[in-house]
Design a protein around this ligand. Sequence first.
Ligand SMILES: Cc1cc2nc3c(=O)[nH]c(=O)nc-3n(C[C@H](O)[C@H](O)[C@H](O)COP(=O)(O)O)c2cc1C
Length: 176
Amino acid sequence: MKKILAFAGSNSSTSINHQLLEVLAKEVTVEFELISLRDYEAPLFGVDLKNEQGVPESMSLLMEKMKSADGLIVSAAEHNGSMAAVLKNTFDWLSMLEQKFLLNKPTVFLSTSPGPRGAASSLGHLVEIMPFRGADIVGHMSVPSFYDNVKEGEIEPELKEQLICLIRTLESTINQ
Ligand SMILES: Cc1cc2nc3c(=O)[nH]c(=O)nc-3n(C[C@H](O)[C@H](O)[C@H](O)COP(=O)(O)O)c2cc1C
């Protein structure tokens, strides 16, 4: 069975982006693995550190996990108008392993925040930049006002329909 790997671009123990992926997990019809970057910690990237100590094992393990997946979903938190530092740091380390570290995998980018823009700036940066890093983006969507639209594990119906549509597009791409 084909497999989707998903993770939030957040290292918060209460990440709403992770929660969004947990809710979506119920809708996926292929194998779905939701991981947390909290389990793939890495020090702040720097060229000196990389030259002295190499790439952290956690990043090699994450890369192997990504290689084993047929498709990816990344839901990005937004910090000060862009992706959270943990996601940028992860991507900088992964780029030391593979220049196109998203491996030409069919990818859906999501984002959410408590505010009405739903971390749209963070999402916009990813959608703009990541095709150059090997993301085959099949769709993207920001979910606004998380706490208004996701309650007790249920997403507001119109948003849910749009998200399921994105998941089906990803599934049909990887099932081809
Ligand atoms: C340092 C910091 C900066 C933030 N900047 C933004 C921002 O620019 N835009 C936004 O919508 N939310 C911003 N937020 C609020 C986050 O959207 C909110 O903390 C959200 O829960 C982050 O996603 P996560 O729970 O998945 O980590 C910021 C939060 C922090 C801690």
